[in-house]
Design a protein around this ligand. Structure first.
Ligand SMILES: [Zn+2]
Length: 275
């Protein structure tokens, strides 16, 4: 038996963009036009103060809170933790790591609503003490900056390595490999990451337009936010099977899809089925 995504799909696509910068206002309509979805990681202690004008030529321009609120609240994307002050976590005592994460969580939950359990590491930096602290802070996953050039799921969601950055020279070769993959023995995830201000500094907005054109709007890919994928895979992993493997119980609140040699099937929340 292997995991399938909602609707029995074999592939999923997600992305995340960090820092809550003004260029996200240009990025989100491009994603939306192709049905691509993802996650925006925000340091809630670093909003631009209302009334501040950036000096000409400045590329990294965090939004004011009002601007961020207007953008993300109306979007179909996830807002997630990027630590209160974008701190380099491995340098901090654990109590300060906890403060960076919990204060950002608290702010973002108050500002954007919901229970926020996602994160991306500032500077991509982490160590085992940081990972342990995140787990204690109720963080469900945290994205690193290590490109895998692969489409697999992590064993530990607190070390969620993306497939690649959007400026990776192999980006479109990886897209081709992903689209051609038949995902016969396991489902596949394409995970793209970056900062939208890089499209401005590198003058390459065309890259994300081409990416969405190629990878978006397809009926064989599940387009989801980071937390939707994490929650779904965790739900699949919590299925209970009888000793002979014929009975399956879904103890979660989600409908779960899977495939065996008889084909694709699904199990409703709380349901037990026999194969
Ligand atoms: Zn960042």
């Amino acid at each position: 038996m292997i995991m399938r995504f909602p609707g029995g799909l074999k592939k999923a696509l997600t992305l995340s963009y960090d820092d809550g910068v003004e260029q996200d206002e240009q990025l989100i309509p491009i994603l939306d036009a192709h049905g691509v979805r993802g996650t925006f990681n925000i340091s809630s202690g670093l909003y631009c103060p209302e009334g501040r004008v950036y000096e000409p030529g400045r590329i990294h321009r965090p939004m004011t809170f009002a601007r961020a609120k207007a953008l993300y609240d109306t979007s179909r994307h996830e807002v997630a933790v990027h630590c209160l002050t974008h701190a380099n976590l491995p340098e901090l005592p654990t109590s300060m790591v906890v403060g960076e994460v919990m204060r950002d969580r608290e702010n973002l939950e108050r500002e954007f609503g919901g229970v926020i359990r996602g994160m991306a590491y500032p500077f991509g930096a982490y160590n085992s003490a940081v990972v342990q602290a995140l787990s204690d802070c109720g963080i469900a996953y945290s994205r690193t900056v290590h490109s895998t050039h692969a489409f697999d799921f992590p064993e530990n969601w607190l070390m969620l390595h993306p497939t690649c950055h959007h400026a990776d020279p192999q980006l479109f070769a990886l897209c081709d490999r992903f689209l051609a993959d038949e995902a016969r023995f396991s489902s596949k995830l394409f995970y793209l990451w970056g900062h939208s201000y890089e499209f401005e500094s590198d003058d390459n907005w065309q890259v994300i337009r081409d990416f969405c054109e190629k990878m978006g709007g397809r009926d064989d890919i599940w387009y989801a936010t980071n937390i939707e994928i994490v929650d779904y895979v965790n739900a699949y992993r919590s299925l209970r099977a009888s000793a002979d493997g014929r009975k399956l119980h879904n103890p979660t609140a989600m409908r779960i899809w899977a495939q065996d040699n008889q084909g694709v099937f699904d199990i409703g929340p709380g349901e037990t089925i026999e194969r």
